[in-house]
Design a protein. Structure first.
Length: 69
């Protein structure tokens, strides 16, 4: 349908407001992810990797750490 010159697309204001809120929430979530670092699963995985590395290092010691003079 041709609405003529100067007339724009009809916009449902309720939908536009909802979309704007979603976009703002997404931007806030992105900023929070950057500010607060890793998620819970990634932290757990990094901790497990660190513990494996510590056990491997401890297993290669010449003398156990509790028996030093």
């Amino acid at each position: 349908m041709n609405w003529g010159p100067g007339l724009g697309e009809i916009v449902n204001l309720r939908r536009a407001r909802k979309q704007r809120r979603r976009d703002q929430a997404d931007a806030t979530a992105t900023a929070n992810r950057l500010a607060h670092g890793l998620g819970k699963a990634a932290k757990r995985e990094a901790g497990a990797e660190r513990q494996r590395a510590e056990r491997a290092l401890e297993g290669h010691r010449r003398e156990p750490s509790g028996e030093e003079p």
